[in-house]
Design a protein around this ligand. Structure first.
Ligand code: DGY
Length: 325
């Protein structure tokens, strides 16, 4: 008998077909976002799940799923998974790194350019029929070329963002848990390692690309925003919760920083409605990895991980090798 799995969210049909050749599949093409109780109920009798970051597998949920052997998260971020609890239950947890690096880095630039050059704000103004004449001071933004880019979180995506800055003659400074090797720094537009405080004080544009955890909660809050230049922009590509959104709204409202570009929010998709009252913020709905080839690659990567785990092979992107022991 084939093992049973749940595909917890809508997915490319060919990925369902692929998984159906290995497993009894229950899919969710209506794309209902399950409550924790519904998730537990849907998961009964299932050995594996292909899920996205909207499904939280914490200790309380896992306790109710004694048959679960594998969780394949279709995301590089995995703050929705309690890894120690997975390991304690010998559940193999996996994510989808690398396949989204370049696409996400492209989007970081889209958000930075839109934010610094006021693209969406000026478009809304034009669409509202307010364009009466050319004026020397309409929508003055800040320059990207020749400026200092500060990247917090210099993993693979951060490095891909830094490489792209060469074309803009930028100076890159970064802060990360561990310093890159000299070769990696050279490849990342000669990125210079600095403290978080120095980065915030020097950068013209700050880009957040670090993983979310209890240790990175509110990495950017009142104090950090106060350290930034009043002309600076802040881009969050990583996860809601890394920025204190209430503090950011206050900083944007009082122009203690110039502007922000946000792809992720605290409590998304129900983000803080005060953002909608501000002109100096560009808001996108968590789409940094959203191109068709990349989302297909992520879905297939998650499927590869799930198939391997349930065939007693090591998943290519296993997050908790201790669970194998
Ligand atoms: C990721 O891969 O972590 C993206 O943010 C999608 O959740």
């Amino acid at each position: 008998m084939k093992p049973s799995i749940l595909i917890a969210r809508a997915i490319f049909p060919e990925v369902i077909s692929r998984l159906s050749s290995h497993f009894e599949v229950e899919s969710n093409q209506d794309d209902r976002v399950f409550t924790p109780q519904e998730l537990v109920q849907k998961m009964q009798g299932k050995s594996g799940v292909l899920c996205t970051a909207s499904a939280r597998f914490n200790a309380e949920v896992l306790e109710q799923l004694p048959e679960l052997k594998a969780i394949a998260n279709m995301a590089v971020g995995y703050d929705n998974l309690d890894l120690p609890a997975c390991t304690a239950r010998r559940i193999l947890a996996s994510n989808t790194p690398d396949v989204l690096n370049e696409t996400t880095a492209d989007f970081g630039w889209a958000l930075l350019m839109a934010t610094a050059r006021r693209v969406t704000e000026s478009e809304h103004w034009l669409r509202a029929g307010k364009w009466d004449k050319w004026r020397y001071d309409y929508f003055l933004g800040s320059d990207i070329h020749g400026s200092t880019l500060g990247i917090i979180g210099m993993g693979r995506i951060g490095q891909a963002i830094a490489r792209r800055s060469m074309g803009f003659d930028m100076h890159v400074i970064y802060h990360n848990r561990t310093r890159l090797t000299p070769e990696q720094e050279a490849h990342a537009n000669n990125a210079q390692y600095v403290t978080k405080e120095e980065l915030l004080a020097r950068a013209d544009h700050v880009m957040l690309v670090l993983p979310y955890s209890s240790g990175t909660h509110h990495t950017i809050s009142e104090d950090e925003l106060a350290m930034m230049k009043p002309t600076a922009t802040l881009v969050n590509l990583a996860r809601g919760g890394i920025v204190n959104d209430v503090a950011l709204i206050d900083a944007l409202r009082h122009k203690t920083i110039a502007a922000a570009g946000l792809d992720v929010f605290e409590n998304e998709p129900k983000f803080h409605s005060d953002f909608l009252t501000l002109n100096n913020v560009v808001l996108t709905p968590h789409i940094a990895s959203a191109t068709e080839p990349t989302r297909r690659a992520m879905a297939n990567c998650a499927a590869d991980n799930l198939i391997a785990a349930l065939q007693n092979r090591r998943p290519p992107n296993l997050l908790n090798p201790a669970a194998l022991i």
